[in-house]
Every structure is written in C-alpha cells, then in structure tokens.
Design a protein around this ligand. Structure first.
Ligand SMILES: Nc1ncnc2c1ncn2[C@@H]1O[C@H](COP(=O)(O)OP(=O)(O)O)[C@@H](O)[C@H]1O
Ligand SMILES: O=P(O)(O)OC[C@H]1O[C@](O)(COP(=O)(O)O)[C@@H](O)[C@@H]1O
Ligand SMILES: [Mg+2]
Length: 499
C-alpha cells in the first residue's frame, strides 16, 4: 500500500527515513524504494526498537525551554510548520541530460534515462530520542584547519542548549583528545562560545592520526558521552563511521553525527562544504597581488599556489573568480610543460600579447612531473612535493635556456587562507549545518552527516559521501568555464596509440 505524504504531524511517529511502507514507489516519487535502500540512515531504533520518543523540547516559538510533555498533540497545530517530517525528501539530481555526450552528463545509458534519487531532509523533528537533561555531548574537530570550524562548534553548542542540554564538552586536538589522558576537555557553554566565530582556526585544536576506534569508544563509554559531533573531512568521517559501528556493536546508545569540513571541497554529493567559499575569496588577495607584481614587471610572471591535495576546486573557482588568471593547473588534468601545446608555450604567447602572465597551481597538480617527497602523513594522506616552487624553478630555467626574458613572482598563501575566519556565506552554511547536526542527533540518527544538496540541507549516510574523493570533472561545464576564462589550451600530453 502506498502511503501519501502530508499526514498531520500527530497522526504517527515516523522514524528512520524508511517510514514509507509500500509495495511500489508512490506515483509522484519514482525511485523512492531504491533511494531508501541506498541512502538509508542508521537510527538509534535499529539498536533499541523499543525506545519511545518524546515530543521535542526544541521550539523557535518559545523563548524558554519547552519541558516534559507540554508540547503534545494539542500544540501540534500551533507549532505548525516548525518541524521536518522524516519522510520529506530532496532530489539529488535535477538535470535531465538529453544524451550521454551532453557536457557534464553522468548517464547509465546513451539515452541518459533520468534516475530519481531521494535524500532525507535535515531539520528539527517533532519527536526526539534523547532526554536533553541526560545528554552528554562531545564535539571534536579533526584534520586540517578550515575557515568556519569555530562557527560550527558554536552553533552546535548553542543549539544543544536550545534543546535543554547543559553538558557540552569540546575534545581537544582531534581524536587524539580521546586517547591521550594528558589532554584536557574544554567546557562549551553559551558564554564560552559566544564570540569564537570571530576567529579563524578551531578553539578545540585539531590533529591527524591517533584514531584507534576501540580506544576512542572505550573513552566515550567511560565518559558516558551519548552524542558525538565530528567536524572533519573524509578521514574524520571514516573515523566517525567506525565509532558509530563500534558503539552499535557494544550496544551503546550514542548518536554520532558528522559535519563535513574540507577546504578542498572534496566530499561527494554536496553543493559545497563550509570554508570553501572563504578560501576562494581569500585566494583573490594573493592572486591580485601576484597580478599587480606581474603586470608591473617587464615580462612578469605571477605564480600562486593554492590548496587542493587531490581536487582542484579552489584553484578552479579562484581562477574563475579572478578573471586575471591565464593558466590554471589542477590535479585532475595532466599537463606537459614543453611542446607546442605545453604550459611554457602558452605563457610565452600570453606574455607576447599582454606583457605579463598569471599562473594558479593547485598543490596536488603535476605530481607526476615532480619527484614526490613520498610517504604519508599521520592520517595516511600522501605527502606531496612542493609543485609551486618546483614549477617556478623549472620555468625560470626554461625561459633562460630559450632566451625569453621573464621575471617570476611566487606567492604561497595556503596556510594564510586556511587560518582566516569564515566569510558571511560560509558563516551561514556553518550555522545551518551545526544546527542540523544537533537536530539529527536528537531525531535519533547516527552514522550520518549533514550537507547542502541542490540548495537544500540533507542528511546522508556517511559511507555515501566518502566512497572516494570528489574531484573536478574535466568534462564538466565548470572546468570548461574556467578554460574559457583563462584561454589556456588543452595541455594534455599528446595521446600515443599503443600497438
Ligand atoms: N579510514 C579511517 N578510519 C578511521 N579513522 C580515520 C580514517 N582515515 C582517517 N582517519 C582519522 O581521521 C582524522 C582526520 O583525518 P585526516 O585525513 O587527517 O583529515 P580529514 O578528516 O580532513 O580528511 C585523523 O585522526 C585520522 O587518523
Ligand atoms: O599541512 P597539513 O595540515 O598537512 O595540511 C595540508 C592539507 O590540508 C588540506 O588543506 C585539507 O586536507 P584535509 O581535508 O585532509 O584536512 C589539503 O589541501 C592539504 O594538502
Ligand atoms: Mg581529507
């Protein structure tokens, strides 16, 4: 039997994102059944089926906490549209490509049959699975810094308070803070977090490595933590998932919720992650300085290195935003320096035309050309060779050898960019993600993360967003737009047919 959407709030207590019971997809929601399988959200009731949720203590209509059962069915009408229904869905993809050869098309067949993928909507639920006074919440930030970390910490702490939680701890220095007894927790109160978003970095500190799941969960058990918020990238989310699974194995009622942090924007399925916009904006200062230096020198060449270990989103968007960049090099697109279609030739053409040239290079670009440092960092991420310095050295040498005068100015603003506070648009993103993380935990979800998908905030199962790193698609419209802006040719080495 198909269940229609739009039942009144008080009619049933729907949970777990799988609350539709049907033999076939509802007529207006093709693909719902397979979406519910692929994007199924783990829920506390998977482990404790007998938990009876209570009416939410969260309200935007009351300035004081709503306690106990006051907010019963009688008030449902009054509270009106304040809550998100567990069955609300957001479409993952919205473009119907006519053919697989359409720019950016990802298709299963030549006709590009449209696939409906429905995601669960994030937001406050009418029923909660934790008694706020019994919540012992912990927040941890892991991996590299990113603009907006403090905004997310702050908003998680404030939203927990809104529900009536009084015990909120910050775990210092990433997962290490769970394991190293010498590292002290940080009390998070509305007062202590009030102005932290005005600063860059993370007031909790961060780290790589040290993520032994069993030891972390031992510590979670010891402290009695029952809500854990992990603000981090793909590595941290893999850790969060492992913690969630271990908690389930030990039959612990713990909600583990992630908030994706990646300045590189390399998390799948999301429009963008927080800190990315700020990075693109902050990169403009370096690009502008490099442009002014280059334009003020005879045959000046400005080179700016930007972050992006495997994904060139910052370099691509920063180049596009600047409009002054003549050459953008990213990890996803191989390039050769020499030859008629090489980078050097393009630089010379630009210099001959304009008198100067501006190159933006992502840190992960051209790693096949430069002898790598090799090895991995404490988290297992590859340690990259410094492509920026290497590129400048090689280019200087080349221009000297061919007798083409050029004056190089190199800027590496990477850590300055990472340490800045979030801009206004990231500030909003951080706040909404932080709030939604708390709503997810109170709604009983665990092993999930929050993200902006097609401009709507969604809950996603963690494994779906960290299956692989999100990369710039060289066939995408955005990369083509970047190329249109820089005017650079296809630098790929010529394809050699093998016999
Ligand atoms: N596959 C994994 N399983 C469990 N923990 C992981 C995994 N990968 C990384 N981690 C841990 O997550 C934390 C952050 O990872 P890292 O890769 O440094 O940053 P990010 O989360 O930004 O990708 C580190 O403490 C690391 O040990
Ligand atoms: O110097 P660190 O801390 O290793 O950070 C460098 C790395 O951090 C990043 O900015 C982000 O990486 P993570 O998301 O894994 O933290 C990468 O672009 C860069 O390679
Ligand atoms: Mg990472």
């Amino acid at each position: 039997m198909a269940v229609s959407i739009g039942q009144p709030l008080e009619s049933t207590i729907e949970t777990n994102g799988t609350a539709y019971s049907f033999d076939e997809d509802p007529p207006d929601m093709p693909g719902l059944k397979k979406s519910n399988e692929r994007f199924r959200l783990p829920h506390i009731t998977d482990l404790f089926p007998d938990i009876v949720p209570k009416y939410s203590t969260f309200s935007t209509k009351s300035s004081c906490l709503i306690r106990g059962n006051v907010q019963g069915p009688l008030r449902a009408k009054e509270l009106g549209k304040m809550f998100v229904d567990d069955r609300d869905r957001v479409l993952l993809k919205v473009i119907r490509y006519a053919h697989a050869s359409s720019s950016g098309a990802e298709c299963l067949n030549d006709d590009c049959t449209f696939e409906h993928w429905w995601l669960s909507r994030a937001g406050p639920r009418s029923h909660i699975y934790f008694e706020p006074t019994e919540v012992n919440a912990a927040i941890v930030t892991c991996g590299g810094l990113c603009p907006g970390l403090n905004d997310v910490i702050r908003q998680i702490a404030l939203t927990l308070t809104t529900y009536g939680v009084t015990d909120v701890k910050g775990i210092a220095y990433g997962y290490k803070g769970f394991i190293d007894e010498k590292i002290r927790d940080i009390d998070l109160t509305p007062q202590s977090v009030a102005t932290i978003h005005l600063m860059g970095g993370s007031i909790l500190g961060s780290s790589r490595g040290n993520s032994k799941t069993s030891e972390i969960v031992d510590n979670i058990e010891k402290r009695g933590t029952n809500m854990l918020f992990v603000i981090g990238g793909n590595g941290s989310h893999a850790g969060a998932m492992a913690i969630h699974q271990e908690c389930f194995k030990r039959k612990l009622k713990v909600a583990v919720v992630g908030v994706p942090k990646t300045i590189d924007n390399d998390i799948l399925l999301m429009d963008k992650t927080f800190g990315f916009d700020t990075a693109v904006e902050e990169a403009q200062r370096a690009i502008k300085a490099a442009y002014i230096e280059a334009a003020s020198a005879y045959h000046g060449v400005g080179v700016v290195k930007l972050m992006g270990r495997q994904s060139g989103f910052i370099a691509m968007y920063a180049s596009l935003a600047s409009g002054q960049v003549d050459c953008c090099l990213i990890p996803e697109v191989h390039f050769s320096l020499d030859g008629p279609n090489g980078v050097y030739e393009h630089m010379k053409t630009v210099i001959n035309r304009k008198g100067h040239c501006l190159v933006v290079i992502a840190e992960g670009a051209g790693q096949d050309l430069v002898a790598g440092e090799g090895g991995t960092d404490a988290s297992g991420n590859p340690i990259l060779a410094d492509i920026g310095q290497w590129f400048v050295k090689q280019a200087k040498k080349h221009f000297k050898e061919v007798g083409f005068p050029a004056e190089f100015k190199y800027i590496d603003p990477t850590y300055m960019i990472r340490a800045t506070p979030a801009n206004a648009s990231d500030g909003i993103l951080c706040s909404v993600l932080g709030q939604n993380a708390v709503h997810a935990a109170f709604g009983g979800y665990t092993g999930v993360t929050v993200g902006l998908v097609n401009t709507h905030y969604c809950l996603l199962p963690i494994p779906e967003v960290i299956r692989e790193a999100r990369n710039v698609d060289p066939d995408s419209r955005m990369w083509h737009r970047c190329l249109t802006s820089t005017g650079q040719p296809d630098f790929s080495p010529p394809h050699v047919e093998s016999n």
